[in-house]
Write a protein that binds this ligand. Structure first.
Ligand code: ATP
Ligand code: MG
Length: 480
């Protein structure tokens, strides 16, 4: 992703900006602290020297001005700290009478510290030398006798160039450290981002491939992390898509095959009818009735397929009307009579509902009973018995269909209601009968329960809620 809001640009904008800002703040604080440290030390040194020297003169030396000058001369010339600072002895008019440098400046001293000393205060001046423009710091203290008379000023001056150089060195070092930290942050961040962005990019590419319909994509898992988990999940999704694609193709081919049988029969019997002598009413009757029943079968199959596709889209529309559940069962038994007879199956039917009228979508419930009875017949042994009972129980109309067929394996039992699930039995069909039945019953707010013992038989229980009240006013109801 190259847009403005990519992870990379977000990282640069937010995280890196914050870190750089923080580093610069830390650096600024560091410079201020180092600068203060240097200047405060120099300030204290100068002030205490000026104060001590001035009071020394004030207390012991002052007898007359001349004597003061001589004592000062010795002190100034013998001043040991000459290398670091200059000691000046200034008269009240600002003339430097003595300087530890040996050279007395020709100009008058007018700096603020000197002015304050004339007023009796010891203060500091920070600025530039009037002549050399060198950065300096000075402290001046007044020489006052006990009567309060001012004799002159002692002033210590030091160059600040060295201190500034030191601060600049610290500044340089801190800039270098910040650069190193930034380079480290940038490279580690870029490395980290790449370890996320690259696999995500790869996953996006693969997902696009899948979206274009290529299911033969496998997403490479680079690490055992969240992105690795995403890759696993997508691979699983692709596998599932493949499976459902296969199932769909298989289903379409088996459906076409199923449709072809009645169509072939209709075609064959209509050709026979056409070739039949119009006077042979019996033969014509036979042809037409077969064509009618095959058309009916075809119609039912199409209806089933439509229902099935609606189920896949989760939209079962119900047309609820009061109907007799026992009559539905009898109709279905009648419809399936040929199959039942062909296998020699005995039906034991026990209708025990006191009030079999409930609100149902007749066609849908009939379909449910067909699907379940069809299974019971299909999976029953020859000449087996199928027991059907109906009863009212706890506000439900309950229909039970029990066969003595091959039963369902325990591990298959929880899947039999899944769409397209076919059991391991060799008699299985497309695996949609129970899925449709379950969806239909759930759309009716009922329950479909399956109990089975492998090798002994299967019992299916349908529970449909009783009550004939409001549903009559809402003929169509959408399934949730
Ligand atoms: N009465 C039963 N006895 C034994 N096994 C059953 C019974 N009913 C369902 N099954 C098992 O459950 C599976 C799913 O049933 P379902 O009716 O959904 O599909 P099907 O009968 O295989 O195919 P279809 O109903 O679409 O023709 C069956 O394949 C079968 O293995
Ligand atoms: Mg079935």
């Amino acid at each position: 992703m190259k847009g403005n809001d990519s992870i990379r640009s977000r990282w640069l904008k937010r995280y890196l900006t914050a870190v750089i800002l923080l580093l610069f703040i830390v650096q600024a604080i560091l410079i201020v602290v180092v600068n203060n440290y240097y200047t405060a030390g120099i300030k204290a040194n100068l002030t205490s020297r000026a104060g001590v020297t001035a009071s020394f003169f004030s207390k012991y030396i002052i007898t007359d001005t001349n004597d003061l000058y001589n004592s000062a001369k010795t002190l100034v010339y013998e001043f040991v700290g000459k290398e670091q600072m200059e000691m000046q002895f200034i008269d009240v008019s600002g003339n430097v009478l003595l300087s530890s440098n040996g050279i007395t400046p020709a100009y008058k001293i007018e700096t603020q510290d000197y002015q304050n000393a004339l007023k009796g205060n010891t203060t500091i001046y920070q600025g530039r030398n009037a002549r050399t423009d060198e950065r300096i710091m000075s402290a001046a203290a007044p020489i006052i006798d006990s009567s309060g008379q001012l004799y002159g000023v002692v002033r210590y001056v030091t160059s600040m160039e060295n201190a500034m150089k030191n601060v600049l060195i610290v500044f340089g070092i801190s800039v270098a450290i910040i650069m190193i930290i930034m380079i480290f942050l940038l490279s580690s961040g870029v490395y980290f981002l790449h370890s996320i962005i690259n696999p995500v990019g790869h996953i996006t590419q693969s997902a696009k491939e899948v979206a274009r319909g290529n299911l033969n994509v496998e997403i490479k898992k680079e690490n055992e992390d969240e992105i690795g988990e995403l890759a696993d999940t997508l691979n699983f999704m692709i596998q599932e898509l493949k499976k459902s694609d296969d199932i769909k193709n298989e289903f379409i081919s088996s459906v076409s095959h199923e449709l072809r049988t009645p169509l072939t029969s209709i075609k064959g019997w209509s050709e026979t009818a056409l070739a039949t002598d119009m006077k042979d009413k019996e033969q014509l009757q036979k042809c037409l009735s077969i064509i009618a029943s095959e058309s009916q079968r075809l119609g039912n199959m199409v209806e089933e397929l439509l229902d099935f596709s609606r189920i896949l889209r989760d939209q079962v529309m119900l047309n609820l009307q009061p109907a007799d559940i026992e009559k539905e069962i009898e109709d279905v038994l009648f419809m399936l009579m040929d199959k039942i007879k062909a296998k020699g199956i005995i039906i034991s039917y026990n209708p025990m509902c006191s009030d079999p009228d409930i609100m149902i979508d007749e066609a849908k419930i009939r379909q449910v009973i067909i699907n379940i009875l069809d299974n019971a017949i299909k999976f029953s042994r020859e000449e087996g018995t199928i027991k059907i009972t109906t009863q009212n129980q706890d506000g439900f109309a309950v229909v039970q269909i029990e066969d003595q067929g091959e039963g369902i394996k325990e591990e298959e039992l929880e899947h039999v209601k899944d769409k397209f699930f076919k059991g391991s039995s060799q008699h299985h069909g497309n695996g949609i009968g129970l899925a449709i039945a379950d969806e239909m019953i759930r759309a009716h707010h009922g329950m479909l329960e399956i109990d089975s013992v492998y090798g002994e038989g299967t019992q299916i229980t349908i529970r449909l809620p009783e009550g004939t009240e409001p549903a009559a006013e809402e003929p169509a109801q959408e399934m949730e």
